[in-house]
Write a protein that binds this ligand. Structure first.
Ligand code: GAR
Length: 191
């Protein structure tokens, strides 16, 4: 069976990317990892695994639209059937998102629809929540609002700080993102 060609977009650490590489799913082929930050540590995981890497530095573009167009051209060069955002910290324009509708996934560190946006761990602690978690979802034009595919819940413990809570959530992210990608590759996800 042909493997599902995939392109991953990252901005930083890349631990989710590493989890996906380490899962070694026989149904997928990671064709490229593209980062908008030249120094993203996650690029190393891709290089170590022999995966093509590319940098499209958003700072070198005059506008969001020009950046998104360059990003789209770079992605489409690899002809992916799935594009995943793995800690990709840029807001994407509606046209970009439309172009990949139904084949663009994101992982977000909260139990969506709660805590969209940034600094989720900090906001969860400030709100005295007893529970937190993470969600993999299809990307739609509205930020962090597309259909949720899988979530994982974790408890918020009394002595948690941002780091301890983030680490507990991250461990779950590393489990659910490869799972969601596997389901997509099996053709079990549609939006
Ligand atoms: C992850 O926790 C991911 O959920 C979050 O960034 C982290 C990236 O970690 N993504 C977002 O906040 C998207 N809005 P990683 O680079 O180690 O995979």
């Amino acid at each position: 069976m042909a493997k599902l060609p995939l392109v991953a977009l990252i901005s930083g650490r890349g631990s989710n990317l590493k989890a996906i590489i380490d899962a070694a799913d026989p149904l997928i082929e990671i064709r490229a990892v593209i980062s908008n930050r030249p120094q993203a540590p996650g690029l190393l995981y891709a290089q170590q695994a022999g995966i093509a890497t590319q940098i499209i530095d958003h700072k070198t573009f005059k506008s969001r639209l020009e950046f998104d167009t360059a990003l789209q051209t770079a992605i489409d060069h690899y002809q992916p059937k799935l594009v995943i955002l793995a800690g990709f910290m840029r807001i994407l324009s509606p046209d970009f998102i439309k172009h990949y509708r139904g084949c663009l996934l994101n992982i977000h560190p909260s139990l969506l629809p709660a805590f969209k946006g940034l600094h989720t761990h900090q906001r969860v602690l400030q709100s005295n929540m007893k529970e937190h978690g993470t969600s993999v979802h299809f990307v739609t034009e509205e930020l962090d609002s597309g259909p949720v595919i899988i979530q994982a819940r974790v408890p918020v413990l009394p002595d948690d700080d941002e780091d301890s809570l983030a680490a507990r959530v991250l461990q779950e992210e590393h489990r659910i993102y490869p799972q969601a990608i596997h389901w997509f590759a099996q053709g079990r996800l549609k939006t």
